[in-house]
Ligand binder design. Structure first.
Ligand code: SF4
Length: 152
């Protein structure tokens, strides 16, 4: 079962979106220099249909996107939660921040508007670094991935 530690409304994770970012625990990636090592632990509250309603119903009119931060240990559950967002709050976009270089075979890209891939590598920096190994993609309605570049 996926669990979450907390959530926050942010404007920087997904360009041009007001994003409710849900921080998922139990991260299996253990990147050196991780900014949030407490997310490695299997702690927090279950992230399921009930908790999604209790989180999103409060903010649905103030946000434009839901981003799942983590959840590489259970990608199918991430897809199911994205599908829940799609069907319950159809005006909201969906995003997934994975820490893996490659998403699982058969991944349901059609359920997402954005995906970010790649572990955090301290010497290369995050998405805003020109050296970064991480990638953020916008997914078109035809399923095409368009790379979003933050740095100049
Ligand atoms: S994927 Fe994110 S939360 Fe997980 S170890 Fe890497 S930086 Fe930390």
């Amino acid at each position: 079962m996926l669990k979450y530690y907390n959530y926050d409304i942010v404007c920087q994770e997904i360009p041009d979106e007001i994003t409710l970012a849900i921080n998922i625990t139990g991260c299996p990636n253990h990147c050196l220099g991780c900014h949030s090592p407490w997310l490695w632990k299997d702690i927090g509250e279950p992230l399921n249909k009930k908790s999604m309603h209790s989180i999103i119903d409060k903010y649905a009119s103030d946000i434009t996107c839901i981003c799942f931060m983590g959840g590489d240990q259970m990608p199918k559950e991430i897809e199911q939660l994205a599908e829940l967002v799609r069907t319950t709050w159809p005006s909201l976009k969906t995003a997934w921040y994975s820490g893996r270089n490659k998403l699982p075979d058969g991944f349901g890209y059609a359920l997402f508007n954005f995906v970010k891939t790649g572990p955090y590598i301290e010497s290369l920096g995050g998405l805003r670094s020109s050296k970064t190994n991480q990638r953020l993609y916008k997914i078109s309605s035809e399923g095409l991935l368009q790379k979003i570049i933050f740095h100049t």
